[in-house]
Each structure stands twice: as C-alpha cells, then as structure tokens.
Design a protein around this ligand. Structure first.
Ligand code: ZN
Length: 464
C-alpha cells in the first residue's frame, strides 16, 4: 500500500507572507477578507425517464416527483479558487467523480484538488460510475449503470453554471454557524446483534418490524449543523450537515430528492436570496428505519422534522468576521479488500443466471480494484474558516468517523460531509468488520482504511 501526503495551505492572494502571519496573530477580519469573494451556482441533474436508479437493480425512472439538483459555491480571492458542490445523486465514483471535479475546476480556473464534490445519496437517482458502466456495457442483457450521454450533459451544465456564477461573485466578509438537535430521524441500523456482537438483522431506511424499531437509537450524531457565508449583512449561502441515509422509501421509479431535499427546498423557498445546500454526513450505519414505516405520511413527518432542525439551526447562526481561511487536501489509496478476486467477479458479471444486482454491483467492485491498481488516489479535503472546519470525506463512512473528527479537532467546530468519491463503497470502523452485516459485505477496502482515514482527518483538522 502506498499513500501520498500533500499539504496545501492557501493564502489570500492579496496577502504577502508577512501579512499572513499578521492574519494569524489577529488581523482585523475586514482587512483579511478584503480580497475574498463568493459565488453560488445550481444546475439540474434530474435523470431522464428510463434512466437506471441506484446502479440498475431497482426500478428505473418512470416519473419525476421533484427534481434533483447540484448546488455549489466558489470562493475566490485565494491563490486558486475553491469549489464545494453537493449533488442529489446516490453517488459519484472513481472516474465520474474525477471528471466532475475537473469540470468544475476548469470552469472557475482552478485545479481539481481545490474542488470537493459530495453526494446526498438519495436512491431513486443515478449511482454514477463510468468505469463500472464500461464493464456492464459488454453485456447487452444488463441494464446500464449510467447513461454516459446524460452524464456528459450534466458536466456541460456544471461547466456553464460554475463559470457564469463568477459574474455574480460578491465580497465574502463573514462566516456564521449554528446547530440544532434533530428529533426522531436518524438511528443506527446495526443494533440487532447476537451475544458475540455479530449483526443478526438490519434496521434499514424504512422498517415495519416492531422488534427492530423498539431497539435503541444506537450511535448517531443528533446534531444538524449549519455554516453560513455572508457578504456584509447579506447571507449568501448556507450549508447544512446531518448524518443519515436520506431515503424514506424508494425503488418505485419516482425520482425525488426525498425528505432531506424536500426540507432544504422548503427553506430555500422561504429564503430565495440565499443558496441553501445540504450535505449528508457519515451515514454509512445510520438510517431513518426506527422512525419510518416507509409510507408517504412518514416521509412528510421526516421532512417536517428535518426542516424544523434546519430552521432552528439557521435561526441560531452566530456571525463573525473572517479572520483566516485555508484549504487542505490529503490523498489516499486505501488497500482493497483481499477477498475480492477481479477474475471471479468478471465471470459472475457475465453469468446470465445471476440476478441483476449480483451482476451490476460487482462491476463497481472491479472498477475499484482497477482504480487501486492504477494508483489513482482519493482526495479528501477541509476548508477551515476561523474556528470552523468543513470536512470532506469519501464514500459511506460509518458515523464513528464523524464523531472522531469532532474529537480530534476539539478546538474547532467540524461540519462533516461524506459521500465524496464513492469508489470504496462502505467504510466501516476496523472493529466492525468481524461483526459482519450488509455494510461489511460491500466494504471494498481492508480494515486498515480505518487507520488511514483517522490519520488523514488529523492532518486535515490540525491548526495551521
Ligand atoms: Zn448507502
């Protein structure tokens, strides 16, 4: 295994190194922020009728209940601009994730390592891996994973939206943050265990089993956090963070941004002058099953609960002048799971007697194995502003990583977005591997990823 470490500390372009040191030692916010600007963008990423949902093993798109969006902000006035983008898709993996970041980077004149792209993870949505698509396209009896023409259209929209946003850039002067406890939404889905601690059944996104629903919430992060960006008195953008799988029900061919997207859209309608973004935290083992029976009524309740938390967090924003801001990245090539054999998986994908899920899903595994063989790293990043850290992690991390991030950075408030590059699929903690369960069965990396990830977070969250 090899890992490349890289530290990138970006200073405001207007500042000389001398002024940067002053900034660290108490330069007035307004002076520091003089060169900073912010722009926001949005574009539609709703898949066309007939497009595969979640990799092609659930019902494809039949109808659009509400649209899927990509939303982002660009921070200018640094040596190189920084872009952070949230996408209402199940995932963006490997080459698809790299292309998305490269496109946004080219659009605003920066490099791809200055761009974080995080998915919200709704399931009636594309689960885009161009490499897995290439593999399944060799078998005409398999449904596509992603329509590559549609994907290219989305990149064109990304390019246009991000480039044109620069014309609307305004001075970025202040940052704010707030938080609110979310009531009865997320619960751990790995709570049913035998005496040895092994998982016996999963409490999924929706659950009608009274025994499973009666089990405790388990380990979660109950806080929804909000980070706001201001231009003087004007609130320009708000990023909201909460860790749960975002589905109330799915696999019915009805595209929706689901309860997290519906809550965000409601707040957006109330505050048209501010761009509201939503990020899913480390929700690999967190879902709504304890409080959700999968009915439309439950979706409404979950939407209301999340909306109330967003609203309350938004009302509690405390605002300070920006004194310092930096962006850091860390590259990682985690060790792939030794039990996966690419040749055996290729045979399984080719086997018409297997179910669609047992053919399309291994295409993602093979894509990951190929990627690691090519030594193409995953990029993690953080944007630290004053005492806030926006942390961007890959794939489906377990909630313990988000809780660890906040502990590591005890002097900072950490807002964590997971579901960046989705290549590794689930990222359990090391000790959970032997407990089994669905997540572990589709974790594409060895338990050593736990150590790698914590080491990366330590670096990303250290004080400059
Ligand atoms: Zn998931």
């Amino acid at each position: 295994m090899s890992k490349l470490n890289r530290r990138q500390l970006i200073q405001a372009a207007a500042l000389t190194p001398w002024a940067w040191q002053l900034g660290e030692s108490g330069l007035q916010g307004s002076e520091f922020a003089a060169g900073l600007r912010i722009a926001t963008f949005r574009f539609d990423v709703t898949p066309p009728i007939g497009h595969s949902c979640c990799g092609g093993w659930i019902k494809p798109v039949e109808v659009v209940d509400d649209t899927l969006e990509a939303l982002g902000f660009v921070i200018l006035g640094l040596e190189k601009p920084v872009v952070v983008c949230s996408v209402d898709w199940t995932g963006l993996l490997n080459t698809a994730h790299i292309q998305w970041r490269e496109t946004l980077a080219n659009a605003v004149g920066t490099s791809a390592d200055q761009v974080a792209v995080q998915c919200v993870h709704q399931h009636n949505a594309p689960f885009a891996c161009l490499d897995a698509q290439k593999i399944v396209s060799k078998h005409p009896d398999l449904p596509a994973i992603v329509d590559t023409d549609f994907f290219q259209q989305c990149l064109k929209r990304a390019e246009t939206a991000a480039r044109e946003s620069l014309n609307q850039a305004v001075p970025l002067t202040h940052v704010g943050w707030g938080q609110a406890e979310v009531d009865k939404v997320g619960a751990n889905r790995r709570v049913a265990r035998n005496e040895e601690g092994r998982i016996t059944s999963m409490r999924g996104s929706s659950c009608r089993d009274a025994t499973l629903r009666a089990l405790p919430e388990g380990t979660i992060d109950p806080w929804l956090k909000t980070v706001a960006f201001y231009s003087g008195d004007r609130k320009v953008a708000c990023s909201h963070y909460y860790a749960t799988h975002p589905m109330s029900y799915y696999a019915d061919g009805r595209v929706t941004s689901d309860f997290v997207g519906l809550a965000r859209k409601r707040l957006q309608a109330e505050q048209p002058g501010c761009c509201h973004l939503y990020f899913t935290g480390c929700a690999g083992n967190v879902a709504a099953g304890k409080y959700n029976d999968g009915t439309p009524e439950s979706r409404k309740q979950l939407t209301d609960r999340l909306f109330r938390a967003m609203q309350s967090s938004d009302e509690q924003l405390s605002k300070t002048p920006i004194r310092n801001l930096h962006w850091r990245t860390q590259e990682m090539i985690p060790e792939p799971r030794g039990l996966f054999d690419a040749e055996a998986l290729e045979l399984q994908i080719a086997d018409p007697k297997q179910t669609t899920v047992n053919r399309n899903r291994p295409a993602y595994t093979v894509a990951w194995l190929n990627r690691v063989r090519q030594r193409t790293p995953i990029i993690l990043s953080s944007l630290c502003i004053n005492d806030l850290a926006l942390l961007h992690l890959p794939a489906e991390c377990f909630i313990e990583y988000q809780l660890a991030a906040q502990q590591i950075a005890s002097e900072l408030t950490v807002a964590t977005a997971a579901y960046g590059d989705g290549g590794p699929w689930y990222i359990p903690t090391a000790e959970e591997y032997e407990c089994g369960g669905y997540e572990v069965s589709v974790a594409f990396c060895e338990p050593s990823i736990d150590r790698e990830l914590r080491r990366a977070m330590k670096f990303l969250l250290s004080k400059p």
